[in-house]
Design a binder for this molecule. Structure first.
Ligand code: ZN
Ligand code: FE
Length: 258
């Protein structure tokens, strides 16, 4: 089911959220995590787009609060995780399932990635990953309903995707994430380059996304909890830290207070 073209653009919303708009160029579209309706409606009308699908990664208000108003204006179908806090999902998405957005000629694989919330999912397809608040560029989500081992498993699952996967996360947190990452790994040259590029983009008011999975593997300390430099930084705060989940626990707690 190859899409002819897939144009993915960010619709800024709330303080620092991005709602991702998927447009295949035939007048139909989808959005991911609409925390507000009006910024989406403001894009649909001038572009003559019909919103057919809404994809939700998790139940937090800044990802779902626009859904009821969007449903008043459109006939969109809502895809989201199994979670009774999400009343308006009409197609529940489970691990390993492929969701087919037939009107757009797109299909996405559903990945369960509980950690930030217990029912958080990601959508992967067409070289793009929509990972909500689990993986950020150079960071990861807070552990509201999961544990450090959960986050380690979630990020390991994402790390197994192709390195050229484009990462569409839900917040513009990259610049502050770089400051923390540099505290963990000051000598990481790939990270130094990413941080200066991010500074340049942000000083021009530009978006820092998408990144690629390869960049995250090289620069994001939460994707690097088995790298010696990251483990050593964690051990300076907790001598028990070892490769993987315990280093994840130490650096996640460190970031919470950073
Ligand atoms: Zn969230
Ligand atoms: Fe969020």
């Amino acid at each position: 089911m190859p899409a002819t073209t897939l144009d993915i653009t960010a619709i800024p919303a709330l303080t620092d959220n991005y709602i991702w708009l998927l447009d295949t160029g035939d007048g139909q579209c989808a959005v991911v995590d609409p925390g507000e309706a009006q910024p989406v409606l403001d894009v649909l009308e001038p572009r003559g787009l019909d919103l057919r699908y809404i994809l939700l990664t998790h139940h937090h208000f800044d990802h779902v609060d626009g859904v009821p108003e969007l449903l008043e204006h459109t006939g969109a179908s809502v895809y989201g995780p199994v979670d009774d806090r999400l009343s308006f999902v009409d197609t529940v998405c489970r691990e390993g399932q492929e969701i087919r957005l037939d009107a757009l000629g797109l299909a996405f694989q559903v990945l369960d990635i509980p950690a930030h919330t217990r029912s958080h999912i990601a959508f992967y397809g067409h070289g793009a990953l929509f990972c909500g608040d689990t993986l950020f560029s150079i960071g990861c989500g807070r552990l509201f309903e999961g544990t450090a081992p959960d986050m380690q498993r979630a990020l390991d699952k994402l790390a197994a995707l192709p390195v050229d996967t484009r990462v569409f996360c839900a917040h513009e947190y990259t610049q502050s994430n770089c400051a923390f990452a540099l505290a963990v790994e000051p000598d990481n040259t790939a990270l130094q380059h990413r941080a200066s590029e991010v500074d340049r983009l942000r000083s021009n008011g530009e978006i820092t996304l998408p990144s690629t999975l390869g960049e995250e593997l090289s620069c994001n300390p939460f994707m690097r909890t088995r790298e010696d430099a990251v483990i050593e930084a964690a051990r300076r705060r907790d001598p028990q830290a070892a490769a993987g989940a315990s280093t994840m626990a130490v650096i996640r707690a460190w970031k919470d207070r950073f």
